[in-house]
Design a protein around this ligand. Structure first.
Ligand code: ADE
Length: 325
């Protein structure tokens, strides 16, 4: 069906026939092309398993989704959103890449980048808090990844330490785009060499007030709670919450239940711990603002004194990770 065909992953096999003529066959990847390993994570609708491509020996993470369960729980839309989003995102060091999708009778399979160092959440749980150098390193990469997805017209809408994975080199890889919002992209142009190019996506606030999805309580923006609308700067609210959490070990808005957490968010009821570095305090307080239009933009965040000795762009991803302290 449609899902199996579109975006179908193929690899190319070159074979010589009896006359020595080279034949090129394209073959779809499927379950039997991988050796499955250990379970990396389990969600309510999926299981992520490590896997090795039998031909290339390359390792991946494969997200397996149970079709019956997804249909029964009306989550088909989320699965398609995740696939379409990851396909639009393509290749960026800070975002989990989708290589292949396929299915069998029972399940859907997403072949993804493996992030062998797990969730930033686990690192934070183990360490308690991070020092300023580590917080700067992880937040700079997260910001670069957010900039990339926003430029492609994608709002993540559920950024949190659980959705920030770490690759073999301890570099950030954002995952879980099932609840992302794909904004309409401007018309692509074709370059002289026939390459299709999408203009960088820029929007004003009013354009994209999107749907009624609510993410994880602690990171939900006030505009989502008040107007049921997310915009690009809703991701920057979450970025502010995560940066706060890296340095203090807890998110800024946390209560014993979701309702109380939401109350704190809409009242902007949070306090910095006494030991919080003043420079980061300045940055976070310019992100955790009730009016999304008043929050710093990504360009302004990059220019903030907290990031003054950070080189954004490719250098950010070549940097040796700081020792976790
Ligand atoms: N858990 C969920 N997704 C994962 C991935 N891509 N790599 C490693 N662990 C994961």
């Amino acid at each position: 069906d449609d899902w199996a065909e579109r975006g179908a992953a193929v690899h190319i096999q070159r074979d010589a026939d009896a006359n020595g003529n080279i034949q090129i066959k394209t073959i779809k990847k499927g379950v039997k092309d991988f050796t499955f390993g250990r379970v990396l994570g389990e969600g309510s609708f999926s299981t992520v398993v490590s896997a090795t491509d039998r031909q290339t020996l390359r390792e991946y993470a494969i997200k397996i989704l149970d079709k019956r369960h997804i249909i029964k729980e009306k989550k088909v839309k989320y699965v398609n959103v995740e696939k379409n989003t990851l396909n639009r995102l393509g290749e960026h060091p800070g975002i989990v890449r989708l290589y292949y999708t396929f299915q069998d009778e029972r399940s859907l399979y997403f072949v993804l980048d493996l992030a062998p160092n797990g969730e930033l959440f686990s690192v934070l749980k183990r360490m308690g808090t991070l020092n300023t150098e580590c917080a700067q390193y992880y937040s700079a990469q997260l910001l670069d990844a957010i900039e990339y997805m926003h430029a492609r017209g994608i709002i993540h809408r559920d950024l949190k330490p659980e959705n920030i994975l770490l690759d073999a080199n301890m570099r950030v890889k954002v995952t879980d785009f099932g609840t992302a919002k794909l904004l309409d992209l401007p018309t692509p142009t074709t370059t002289e060499d026939g390459e299709i190019q999408f203009p960088i996506h820029e929007t004003t606030m009013e354009e994209e007030r999107a749907s009624s999805f609510v993410g994880t309580a602690e990171y939900v923006s006030p505009e989502l709670l008040n107007d049921k609308a997310a915009c690009k700067s809703s991701d920057l609210w979450a970025f502010g919450c995560i940066l706060f959490q890296l340095l203090s070990g807890r998110p800024p808005f946390k209560a014993s239940n979701e309702y109380q957490t939401f109350q704190k968010i809409i009242k902007l009821d949070y306090q910095f711990p006494l030991a919080f570095p003043s420079q980061v305090k300045d940055l976070v307080s310019k992100l955790l603002l009730l009016d999304p239009a008043k929050r710093l933009t990504i360009a302004q965040i990059k220019l903030h004194p907290f990031f003054k000795d950070v080189k954004f762009g490719p250098a950010l991803w070549a940097k040796k990770p700081p020792r976790l302290v």
